[in-house]
Ligand binder design. Structure first.
Ligand code: SAM
Length: 233
């Protein structure tokens, strides 16, 4: 029914158009992102160009977990031998889950973008695996770290990947910040002795705990700091 209206009824007399608008208005965000012309792809692009200028074009390797319509994946200006995209449903280069990929992988990457299944369990696993296969001076980028409302914390949107941000902010021997744009873009720099540390009690926490407590403890950064974080060693 909804599709019939979408395809054949002009927007102005389509009731679903108005229902969607009303629903969207009734969602109350408890904070807003920076209103600046940047998104996750700006940060991925900067990371890629930094690696290319340091190591050379031929030595830059990119991995994306969760590709969907390739909005980010297609912007990566590397040959297919140097960019891998994992998605069990659509997009990328490998039709499989991230767990299946990492169980056989032996390759190291300079930039790893994690944007697959947005549950705490899967996203933390992806992060731990990414840390294992990140080359020296590489960067891990994570999407959906900062849901603005309970609705955005559902699986259809960002899920509870914010719990991974809490773990990362308390992990050892790594640098971690979150750019306050585009659903929250996490940036991680690791060292040889970096250790992802799971917080015992985080798995069962609710959106209200995030809103009242954890959000205020996260290393949230403006876009200028985030760009500098990527640029500087
Ligand atoms: C939000 S979309 C990715 C969007 C894309 N990275 C972008 O920037 O436009 C999430 C994707 O993750 C995929 N996905 C779900 N579970 C996954 C898993 N276990 N491993 C890898 N990808 C997964 C879904 O099929 C979906 O296409």
């Amino acid at each position: 029914m909804r599709n019939f209206f979408r395809l054949f009824v002009p927007l102005i007399i389509n009731p679903y158009y108005y229902i969607k608008k009303i629903k969207k208005r009734s969602i109350k965000n408890f904070f807003e992102y920076e209103n600046k012309p940047y998104n996750r792809i700006s940060l991925i692009s900067l990371a890629i160009s930094k690696i290319i200028s340091k190591k050379g074009f031929e030595n830059c390797n990119y991995l994306e977990i969760g590709c969907f319509d390739n909005k980010a994946f297609d912007t990566i200006p590397l040959p297919l031998s140097q960019k891998i995209g994992i998605d069990p449903l659509r997009g990328g280069t490998h039709r499989m889950t991230s767990d299946e990929f990492f169980s056989k992988n032996e390759k190291f990457f300079d930039v790893i973008f994690i944007d697959g299944l947005h549950t705490y369990d899967q996203c933390s696993k992806d992060c731990i695996n990414a840390m294992k296969f990140l080359d020296t001076n590489g960067l891990i980028i994570l999407h959906d770290m900062l849901p603005r409302s309970k609705t955005e914390e559902t699986q259809k949107f960002s899920g509870d990947a914010w719990k991974v941000a809490v773990d990362l902010s308390k992990s050892e021997n790594l640098e971690f910040i979150i750019a306050n744009i585009d659903q929250g873009v996490g940036l991680i720099k690791t060292r040889a002795n970096s250790k992802y540390i799971k917080q015992n009690d985080i798995k069962d926490k609710k959106f209200n705990d995030y809103k009242e407590t954890y959000y205020h403890q996260l290393p949230i950064s403006n876009i200028e700091n985030a760009l500098n974080f990527i640029k500087l060693d």
